[in-house]
Design a protein. Structure first.
Length: 165
């Protein structure tokens, strides 16, 4: 009888844990989402775990199943999540919902969201508040600023902006 359980990994070791557990023949699932990050003054899309430090593992709960002891000593793994002495079971339907939701994902988390209030930190418009509109090519974004009571579009580099609030 197979059930899903949770593995708690060491910080930023989810992929290492996943790889090492799968090498040992365990069935695992690490839900990843696409996130926009600002790296070297450019917005890039990277894959990050949906639940940092957690991954799902499918294990045989019957006596005939293989030993769970190697899980704790696997590189990247901190522990198997338990409630007291009992491993925390995760419902199969929940895992399937997460699988289908993650597989449908495009970019889930953006660095800036359209309509978000931002502050310009550099250049001739430094200190002004603006409204983020959209990406504009590879290394620039469009914002709206208020000049003389009129909304004006401005193309600017993302590192020049910061979120307000």
């Amino acid at each position: 009888m197979f059930n899903w359980y949770l593995v708690y990994s060491k910080p930023r070791q989810e992929l290492c844990s996943l790889e090492n557990l799968e090498r040992q023949g365990f069935e695992c699932f690490l839900p990843l989402i696409s996130v926009e990050k600002l790296r070297r003054k450019v917005i890039v899309v990277v894959q990050e775990p949906l639940f940092p430090r957690y991954l799902f593992i499918r294990l045989d709960a019957s006596q005939e199943g293989r030993s769970w002891n190697p899980i704790r000593s696997t590189t990247g793994v901190s522990l198997l999540v338990t409630f007291g002495q009992v491993p925390a079971k995760v419902d199969d339907q929940l895992v399937e919902i997460i699988r289908s939701t993650v597989s449908d994902a495009s970019v889930r988390q953006r660095h800036f969201e359209p309509g978000e209030l931002v502050r310009i930190n550099d250049g001739p418009f430094a200190g002004l508040e603006a409204v983020y509109q959209m990406p504009d090519g590879e290394a620039r974004v469009m914002v709206l600023i208020d000049i003389l009571s009129k909304k004006v579009s401005l193309s600017i580099e993302p590192p020049s902006l910061s979120k307000i609030g």
